[in-house]
Design a protein around this ligand. Structure first.
Ligand SMILES: Cc1cc2nc3c(=O)[nH]c(=O)nc-3n(C[C@H](O)[C@H](O)[C@H](O)COP(=O)(O)O)c2cc1C
Length: 393
């Protein structure tokens, strides 16, 4: 039924749609809804304590027996660099003064922890069918323990080199995360954001370079994007920003409103919030301090000094210091419950694929050629109309 069924067969799911793991925004409700609808729901654990992750996984396992994905960051925890941290606080000092906050007060430590033994024990306990990583892969011993659970292991690649590296380490599938993608970039073999690649170029080059199935991620938010991902050789899509509009997304009213208002050219890649490049809606901090800066401490330490500014400004109804992660296709979003969104995306994709198939069938091609010769072109053909829409569904 689908042009490429490698991923749905590998994960034993019905629809080639993965709800992207979204740390801090998507929890058990979203995961259950998407997995029950036939896609793959993903629980991002990067911002959860082990206890919180356990509660979420318990809820998920109670509510669905379908496959799920548990997702972890696997960065190297940086050594504290007091000089850099002092410089960062100095860079932010004017904001502290403006808000009447004490910039000498201790700041909460940043809380994005890499995958470790304790989280690995949780994986052993709950046995998610898919375990995904961001920023490469954890060390060999942890990875071997995960593999022994029988979980399919996937990770994000932002280049062909990263995709090959992940395949060499034994990944079962690869998320090709393009420049358009919202949230943190999974890049791990380079730190150079300027050379990151867009979906149209990244996906087919990754598909050509690896043997495992490729999942396209970045700027995909409707059936046109999913059809295009298949055309580029992907076996599935991973969609993030579009799911943030669902009622299941646990985001603040300020963030929800910003996502409704944002335009295609109002996101940027920035490292000001955490120290690592991530795509979000441009706001005051990004404009005035970034979007990229050398002053921010290494990931995830930059977040600590921002925490007081963020909570103070959010209390005043402002998103000036809040990370508003979003991909580059925010205008394509619709507000639907996650299960409905998943099913609608799948149905609309199949409809467009059927339309293309019909229009490209030998009969229709012959008919179109005959009518064109007679000066009466077949209406609705070719299937890619001048609006850029595929088909007319
Ligand atoms: C709010 C948000 C949080 C994210 N958090 C994570 C995460 O915790 N782990 C991860 O692997 N990817 C994360 N991502 C990246 C997604 O996996 C995916 O690459 C991206 O959402 C795809 O682009 P799109 O948002 O345009 O659909 C996040 C994305 C967003 C928008």
């Amino acid at each position: 039924m689908w042009p490429n069924e490698r991923l749905i067969n590998l994960f034993d799911i019905e629809l080639p749609i993965i709800q992207a793991p979204m740390a801090g925004s998507a929890f058990s409700d979203m995961v259950v809804a998407v997995s029950e609808a036939g896609g793959l729901g993903s629980l991002a654990c990067a911002l959860l304590s082990v206890e919180q992750a356990r509660r979420e996984l318990e809820t998920i396992r109670r509510k669905t027996s379908r496959p799920i994905n548990a997702n972890f960051f696997c960065h190297q925890q940086p050594r504290s660099d007091p000089t850099r941290e002092t410089n960062w606080k100095r860079r932010l000092e004017a904001y502290y003064v403006q808000m009447g906050l004490d910039h000498n007060a201790a700041v909460p430590s940043a809380n994005r922890a890499p995958f470790d033994e304790e989280m690995c024990d949780l994986v052993l306990e709950f046995q998610p069918e898919v375990v995904s990583f961001h920023f490469g892969l954890p060390d060999r011993n942890l990875l071997a323990r995960v593999r022994r659970t029988g979980a399919k292991i996937i990770s994000s690649a932002t280049s062909v080199d990263e995709a090959r590296w992940l395949e060499d380490q034994g990944c079962d599938a690869i998320v090709a995360q393009s420049y358009e993608a919202g949230g943190h970039r999974g890049m791990f073999l380079t730190q150079d954001v300027s050379t990151q690649v867009g979906t149209m170029a990244l996906v087919p080059q990754v598909v050509d370079a690896v043997k495992v199935p490729v999942i396209a991620a970045g700027g995909i938010a409707d059936a046109r994007g999913i059809v295009a991902a298949f055309a580029l050789g992907a076996a599935a899509v991973q969609i993030g920003t579009a799911y943030l509009h669902c009622p299941e997304a646990q985001i603040s009213p300020i963030y929800r409103q910003a996502l409704k208002d944002v335009k295609d050219n109002e996101t940027a890649i920035t490292n000001v919030f955490t120290g690592r490049p991530a795509r979000g809606i441009v706001n005051r901090l990004m404009r005035e301090v970034g979007p990229m800066t050398d002053v921010a401490p290494e990931f995830p330490l930059a977040a600590a000094a921002l925490a007081p500014l963020r909570s103070e400004s959010e209390m005043a109804g402002s998103a000036d210091f809040t990370p508003l992660w979003s991909g580059q296709a925010p205008r394509l979003n619709r507000e639907l419950p996650a299960a409905e969104l998943t099913r609608q995306l799948a149905e609309e994709t199949l409809e467009k694929l059927r339309f293309i198939e019909t229009m490209a069938s030998p009969d229709v091609l012959a008919q179109a050629a005959a009518l064109a010769t007679a000066g009466r072109p077949l209406s609705g053909w070719p299937p890619v109309a001048s609006t850029g829409r595929v088909g007319r569904a």
